[in-house]
Write a protein that binds this ligand. Sequence first.
Ligand code: PLP
Length: 396
Amino acid sequence: MGTQRKGINTICTHEGEIHDEQFKGAISPLYMSTSYAFEDVDVKRYPRYFNTPNQVALAKKIAALEHAEAAMIFGSGMAAISTALLAFLRAGDHIVLQKTLYGGTYNFVNEEFSKYGIEYSFTEGLDPKDFEDKIKGNTKVVFIETPSNPLLTITDISAIAKIAKKHGLVSMIDNTFASPVNQNPIDFGIDVIIHSATKYMGGHSDICAGAVASSNDNMERIFQLAKNLGGSLSDYTVWLLERSIKTMGIRVKAQNANAQRLAEYLSTHSEINKVYYPGLPNHPGHELAKAQMSGFGGMLSFELDPAYDASEFQNALQLIKSSMSLAGVESTVLSPTQTSHALIGPEERLNQGISDGLIRFSVGIEEPEDLIFDIEQALKKLKGDKAGLRKVQLAK
Ligand code: PLP
């Protein structure tokens, strides 16, 4: 019998699991030891060497999910991003990064790279030509994020991978928003895949972690830096993350369906000015998303009519929580201006198209009717408050 790549839910449930030889338990045992006897002089197991039994088991699952040869798990998404970038860049090198990126990645590059003598350029737009235009003789890495946080822009993964290959660059993607359930960039030629595992992999808003997947050679290079930087994850959290990923396939598919439904509802609403969701046919990246994603994801953003205040809207919601982070089974909203993109400043926010009325919506697994009801009642409350205020003012 030939080998066949297993389906997503089978990989989520089983890949890499540790068989409990002692008691025949159904799940991977948790090994909390930070100290292991030498197996031989070459194998020294230690959490910061990323090679404890639970780390190795989970890394196998993540590699399989991303169709990669190998993977590593980190203490946060930013630990994964910073380690992967610094592993391929040194003083005098240059990197090209997509204009629309998660605020933390933008800050890391903007605040830290000049200290290490690393040059960087952000693209003007998202067209592959915009990336190629920025490549110089010392460029070593090209970095993209698609769909991006928070405007859900879509970048042509295969075109960027081709440009990187043509110029001998390492291509990297932040695949957090899509999750491996909806998008596998290695199949389109990208070299290094990065995740904030705090998001869809964790999925329950109780884990902070990161992951990188790539070829054996690239992962060896990343490991050599990672063991010195020391950003490994505690084994207890590694074990929790393995458990969480078991349900990632069914969670994310439910979130895809709910987000599509909510995006359609919001796009016909008179109080909502604009909806950003790649699953909507009028989204500028819709056709591209269809070609490179198997689902459009659980994230969307929308702009409230300027008559409404983003903070008041969030306060008026009763079921949908206003909170940081994303991708949990519970629906959450936030204002990027006040949170994820607060530090990049009003000018750069405007340049990226992030308005003060923008609401980022992480759609959970609740019944979509209940989410719609909550948004309706919040908008009604705001309208009522406004009408009430007008009456008071007129009476004065
Ligand atoms: N990448 C994206 C797209 C994110 O949204 C985030 C966090 O919000 C990160 C990376 C950073 O992940 P972490 O908070 O786990 O460090």
